[in-house]
Design a protein around this ligand. Structure first.
Ligand code: MG
Length: 222
C-alpha cells in the first residue's frame, strides 16, 4: 500500500502553465533568444537559471552570466505574476479529497520558487499541505529532471520510493520522479503529445485531474 502522494504544482494543482509559457516566450523574445512556445512546456521542471542557460547556449553558444540569469529570471517572474490568474486546476481538489480518503500523506514537490507560494497553497488547498512537507526551488541544488527534488520529497514524507506515488504533468518531472524510483502518474494538462510523458517513464496517464480522481480508489487498490 502506498503511504504518500507527491504532487507537482504547476500544471497539476494550478492551471498556471499557459502563463509561465507566455511569460517565458515574451522574455526570450525580449533578449533575442531562440525559442518556441512549446519549448517552455518541454523545459518545464528545470530551474529558471538552467532554462536561461540552455537558451543562451542555443542562441549564442555560450553560458549566460550570473547577472544575465538573475535579471532575466526576475523579469520573467514579474511577467508571470502579472499574467497569472491563480486558477486552481479543475479536478485537483477532487484528487486531494480522494487521496485523503485513502489516508495517504499529501506533499508538494515543485521547481517553483516564489516566497508567497505556501500562503497561496494554504489558502487554495486548506488542510492538505504543510510547509515543512513542501519541496521548492529553495530546497534543492538540482532541478528536475534530476531526482533530487523527489528524493527530498520522500525524505520529508518519511517513506521509501516504493511507498510513494507522484502526480506530474511535465516530461522532465516524470523523468525526475522515475529516476527517484517512484511510481508516476502523468496528467497531460498541456499541449505536448501523450507519448512524451509515456517515454519519460509514466506508468499511467490521464488527460485531466477529474478523471484521475474518479479512478483513484482503483489505482491504490491494485
Ligand atoms: Mg508541472
Amino acid at each position: 500500500m502506498p503511504k504518500a502522494v507527491l504532487f507537482d504544482m504547476d500544471g497539476v494543482l494550478y492551471d498556471s502553465m499557459p502563463f509561465h509559457a507566455r511569460a517565458w516566450k515574451e522574455i526570450a523574445n525580449r533578449y533575442h533568444l531562440i525559442s518556441s512556445l512549446e519549448d517552455f512546456y518541454l523545459l518545464e521542471g528545470r530551474t529558471g537559471e538552467s532554462t536561461i542557460n540552455l537558451l543562451f547556449q542555443r542562441t549564442f553558444q555560450r553560458d549566460a552570466t550570473e547577472q544575465e540569469k538573475q535579471t532575466i529570471y526576475q523579469e520573467k517572474a514579474d511577467l508571470f505574476n502579472q499574467y497569472n490568474s491563480g486558477t486552481v486546476m479543475q479536478g485537483a481538489l477532487d484528487v486531494l479529497n480522494a487521496v485523503k480518503a485513502s489516508h495517504l500523506q499529501t506533499l508538494i514537490v515543485t521547481g517553483s520558487g516564489q516566497h508567497s507560494l505556501f500562503d497561496k497553497v494554504k489558502h487554495d488547498f486548506p488542510g492538505y499541505f504543510e510547509r515543512e512537507k513542501m519541496v521548492t526551488a529553495y530546497d534543492v541544488t538540482h532541478g528536475k529532471p534530476h531526482p533530487e527534488p523527489y528524493l527530498m520529497g520522500l525524505e520529508k514524507a518519511g517513506v521509501e520510493a516504493h511507498e510513494a506515488i507522484v502526480v506530474e504533468n511535465a516530461p522532465l518531472g516524470v523523468q525526475a520522479a522515475v529516476a527517484a524510483g517512484i511510481f508516476t502518474i502523468a496528467v497531460n494538462t498541456g499541449p505536448l503529445p501523450d507519448q512524451l510523458l509515456l517515454d519519460a517513464g509514466a506508468s499511467l496517464l490521464f488527460h485531466d485531474m477529474a478523471t484521475l480522481a474518479s479512478q483513484w480508489q482503483s489505482i491504490v487498490n491494485q
